[in-house]
Design a protein around this ligand. Structure first.
Ligand code: GAP
Length: 514
């Protein structure tokens, strides 16, 4: 675990050193849980967004996109339940004055028991070697059984307290489990209180006339209140979906783990409108489809798992997370929710407008049910970065840091380098850049030794380096170096475009999903 934490620290500093992510307002000592994306970060982020957008809107005839405003009528948040129920339970330690999410403290306690179980299993696996029967061991080992029972009891009690919104019980669990503050080491806890996560501001110029508005905590509501506009103007028939990418804001109590939990972040959300009664079948469809979208990136199939929710959000009748194995454990990257007709019904009630869908096949009007897929761009970015980072030992004792980014997501697709800065090689290299730059993010680099230049590109995940040497001037060939294998092949300049395109284009990634 400590080793993984070290790797994570290195990834965070790598992200800064190579222009991926900077702390916001750094020269003013930063602003907690707010980050800026640098020159390479913004390209990677844009490529992730493009992959999502194209997968959703190009590969599904019945999905279209919108871009709704961040500010919305404040009654929307009353109708959606966010004003009353978008809360986290917080608890303070009186000695350290540190604030925690009560639910997270308990979840961490559950994770500790899980760890104990897994350690016991790992020890036994090592001891028994090939003959190890894991299932039997889990069933029969008394220490494992004891911990499994302890975990189940705690989990059940916790899920009930969360579902009942029982804040006293949450505090009692913390006391009973003897959970101590990691900073002061004491168990001197305050009561648990609810804390609303929405940021507010005022719209309007005078104090009297100003209206309290919220920075949206999810992009979804912009889709709900526009669904009928899109349906009518786009002549859409159920089932159909509306996709949106945009900023969301949450005043997170505990913001940790770099860009994993931010106060300003970006979401890619799609609401899929279906006939009532068909929602659970579409929920299954979208679970599998979204997982395929992730897996197509080739970051490793074993790095994903589903996590079904114990506590359903106020709007859902089924919900699951797609979790990704980060250096700090499996964590939610995407949520898939069956939101019933809750939001649309609420908006109908609060606005007083009829926003029912007329189904021409059934010749009746009804409020559609909704399946939502909601993924955080920043979390996706973090999962791509973490799983791509490698410190590689090379033959001859050398090392390199390489980002094995999926080629279609890489900020730079190819770098063109003259072997030396003379003899017409820079001019030839520039000529190649001028040809490739229309289709690929291409860099020109002539500084330092060729080895150092390769390392710089490896560190930002550039799939291809093209080296122009004296032979190029004679026969029109260059060396094409591939990032992961470091293999160099001699190819014709005329073939470069196709070779690079086949590997780095988004199309080849999307084809895996079609
Ligand atoms: N519309 C549903 C919704 O917002 P959510 O599970 O609260 O559901 C969806 O959020 C996704 O947004 C999460 O899976 C996560 O990737 C991202 N997300 C949520 N809160 C975040 C935060 N504070 N920082 C970064 N990403 C966040």
């Amino acid at each position: 675990m400590a080793q993984q934490e070290d790797v994570f620290k290195k990834i965070v500093s790598h992200a800064k050193e190579y222009g991926f992510v900077f702390q916001s307002s750094e020269i003013y000592d930063g602003l907690a849980a707010v980050y800026d994306y640098g020159q390479n970060g913004v390209e990677l982020k844009n490529n992730i967004k493009r992959y999502w957008w194209d997968a959703m809107t190009l590969l599904h005839e019945n999905i279209v996109g919108i871009d709704s405003a961040i500010f919305m009528h404040p009654t929307i948040w009353k109708a959606s339940g966010h004003v009353d129920a978008f809360n986290d339970p917080l608890i303070d330690n009186r000695d350290s004055k540190k604030r925690y999410r009560a639910d997270v403290l308990i979840e961490e306690e559950i994770a500790k028991i899980d760890d104990k179980i897994e350690k016991e299993v790992a020890k036994a696996r090592k001891r028994f070697g090939e003959s190890f029967d894991e299932a039997l061991f889990r069933q029969t080992n008394p220490r494992v059984a004891e911990n499994v029972e302890k975990r189940e009891k705690l989990h059940e009690r916790f899920a009930k307290a969360m579902n009942d919104n029982n804040l006293e019980e949450l505090r009692q669990i913390i006391i009973d489990c003897e959970i101590a503050c990691p900073v002061s080491g004491t168990r001197n806890w305050t009561e648990v209180r609810q804390f609303n996560l929405m940021f507010r501001t005022e719209m309007g110029s005078t104090a009297d006339g100003a209206m309290t508005v919220y920075l949206r905590p999810e992009t979804a509501q912009g889709i709900f209140v526009n669904y009928l506009n899109v349906q009518k103007t786009g002549r859409m028939r159920l089932p159909f979906g509306i996709a949106q990418i945009g900023k969301a804001f949450r005043n997170e109590i505990v913001a940790r783990q770099f860009i994993f939990r931010m106060r300003e972040f970006e979401q890619m959300e799609m609401q899929f409108f279906v006939r009532p009664g068909q929602e659970l079948q579409w929920f299954e469809y979208w679970k599998q489809w979204r997982l395929s979208w992730h897996k197509a990136l080739g970051l490793g199939d074993t790095k994903y798992r589903f996590h079904d929710h114990d506590k359903l959000a106020h709007y859902a009748n089924a919900a699951t997370d797609i979790e990704f194995e980060m250096p700090f454990g499996f964590k939610e990257v995407e949520g898939i929710h069956s939101r019933t007709n809750f939001d649309l019904s609420q908006h109908e009630k609060f606005s007083g407008k009829n926003i029912k869908y007329f189904d021409p096949e059934l010749n009746e009007s009804y409020t559609p049910y909704v399946i939502e897929t909601s993924i955080g761009v920043d979390r996706m970015f973090l999962s791509v970065l973490c799983s791509s980072y490698e410190e590689q030992k090379l033959e001859g004792g050398d090392t390199r840091v390489v980002l094995h980014l999926p080629a279609a997501l890489a900020p730079v697709k190819c770098a063109v380098m003259p072997l030396v800065k003379k003899d017409g090689l820079p001019e030839k290299a520039r000529e190649i850049v001028d040809d490739l730059k229309f289709d690929f993010a291409t860099r020109y680099d002539e500084k330092d030794s060729i080895g150092k230049r390769y390392r710089r590109q490896d560190a930002i995940g550039t799939p291809y380096c093209i080296t122009v040497d004296h032979q190029t001037l004679e026969d029109g060939t260059v060396t094409l170096r591939e990032r992961d294998s470091m293999e160099q092949t001699r190819v014709n300049v005329a073939d470069l475009h196709k070779l690079i395109h086949d590997r780095v284009s988004l199309t080849s990634l999307l084809r895996k999903l079609a």
